[in-house]
Design a protein around this ligand. Structure first.
Ligand code: FEO
Length: 171
């Protein structure tokens, strides 16, 4: 594999683990403030991000490259309110989309067809992740951060089913 692509994927593994930690931190923040449903949703999202990291790890291993696990920065732990939490989720997902697109461009440039094919799943996933974050943010904006509306949103997000935790090696 091209070393530039390997480096970009190692950086992406780091970014996915950071995402997982960020959402865990948000989950703990939400739980401490009584938003049990949102806390659950964010915890499931953290698990999903971990799965994303595992998929990248499995991909490098399948192609006989040893993944490098890089240092993970400490995520923020304080937000002004639940609206800001989901604003930050959306902004973070938009950032991740750019990172994935950059790796895809690199794979195209190097005519690495296995990588472009693999990355297609992530491109589709990012469309879904941005749409979901944006939808939740719209609901919070409409409901406001206090009262029955936010209580209902919290209940709804509490229904999110358990994230799949497959490692990617078996996919
Ligand atoms: Fe793994 Fe939410 O991007």
């Amino acid at each position: 594999m091209n070393t530039e692509i390997i480096t970009a994927i190692n950086n992406q593994i780091q970014a996915e683990i950071y995402s997982s930690n960020l959402y865990l931190s948000m989950s703990s923040w939400a739980n401490a403030r009584g938003y049990k449903g949102m806390s659950h949703w964010l915890k499931q999202q953290a698990l999903e991000e971990h799965t994303h990291a595992m998929k990248f790890i499995a991909f490098l291993e399948d192609r006989n490259s040893q993944p490098e696990i890089l240092q993970i920065d400490k995520p923020d732990a304080e937000w002004s309110g639940i609206k800001e939490v989901f604003e930050k989720v959306l902004a973070h997902e938009q950032k991740v989309t750019k990172l994935i697109n950059n790796i895809y461009d690199l794979a195209l440039e190097h005519k690495d067809h296995a990588s472009t094919s693999f990355l297609q799943w992530f491109i589709d996933e990012q469309v879904e992740e941005e749409a979901t974050a944006s939808e939740i943010l719209d609901e919070i904006s409409l409901a406001g951060e206090k009262g029955a509306g936010i209580y209902m949103i919290d209940k709804e997000l509490g229904q999110r089913i358990q994230a799949s935790t497959t490692t990617g090696n078996e996919a």
